[in-house]
Write a protein that binds this ligand. Structure first.
Ligand code: ZN
Length: 192
């Protein structure tokens, strides 16, 4: 085991709703080993997060970590490694922000997606302990992106204006400066 293959848009597993794991399953070597592989794969591919569907397993597990600066997302503040099992989220308040998103399962594409500025996230960690917290800003956006995967949703489904879709080179050339200036203001305001 180790680094897993990441499946890409068009693969049906990305459209499946992931199933929850029992505590017994979660504690098993099979799923503990899978979590290690998911983390290793996210790090090898410079992802900010990775959901189990993306490596072909429709179970409700995702991992999130930003070790700043991330080469794919240099403006993202650090997020310590977290493993979310059986996670669900709901909006807190109604403030939203526009985030330029990309995805390891949607190669060479970025697009503007509207995300809730604050979200309440409930999940189990890899040891089965429950967590209930509110996340904000880009961190909240990352959580919403990963939890969308577990419901079979890709960021392209949520792109509000298809005119914002761009290759990575197009993003760097035409959109990066404006977006990063705007997003750094948001990060300064909400702290993440
Ligand atoms: Zn993704």
């Amino acid at each position: 085991m180790g680094v897993l293959d990441v499946v890409e848009i068009g693969h049906p597993v990305l459209r499946e709703t992931a199933r929850e794991l029992s505590l017994e399953e979660l504690a098993s070597p099979r799923w503990q080993g899978f979590i290690d592989d998911l983390i290793e794969t996210m790090r090898a591919r410079d992802g900010a997060g990775l959901a189990a569907n993306q490596v072909g397993e429709p179970v409700r597990i995702c991992v999130i970590e930003v070790r700043a600066p991330n080469p794919r997302y240099p403006y993202k503040p650090a997020i310590p490694l977290r493993v979310l099992v059986n996670a669900h989220w709901e909006p807190v308040g109604d403030e939203v922000f526009e985030n330029f998103e990309g995805c390891l399962s949607v190669p060479n594409l970025r697009g503007l997606v509207q995300r809730q500025l604050r979200a309440r996230v409930r999940y189990l960690d890899r040891h089965g302990a429950p967590h209930d917290e509110v996340v904000a800003g880009l961190c909240a956006g990352t959580h919403q992106h990963e939890l969308d995967h577990l419901n079979g949703i890709l960021f392209v489904d949520r792109v509000s204006d298809p005119h914002s879709l761009t290759t990575l080179a197009g993003y760097e050339r035409f959109h990066k400066a404006e977006f990063e200036a705007r997003i750094r203001e948001l990060v300064a305001r909400v702290g993440s």
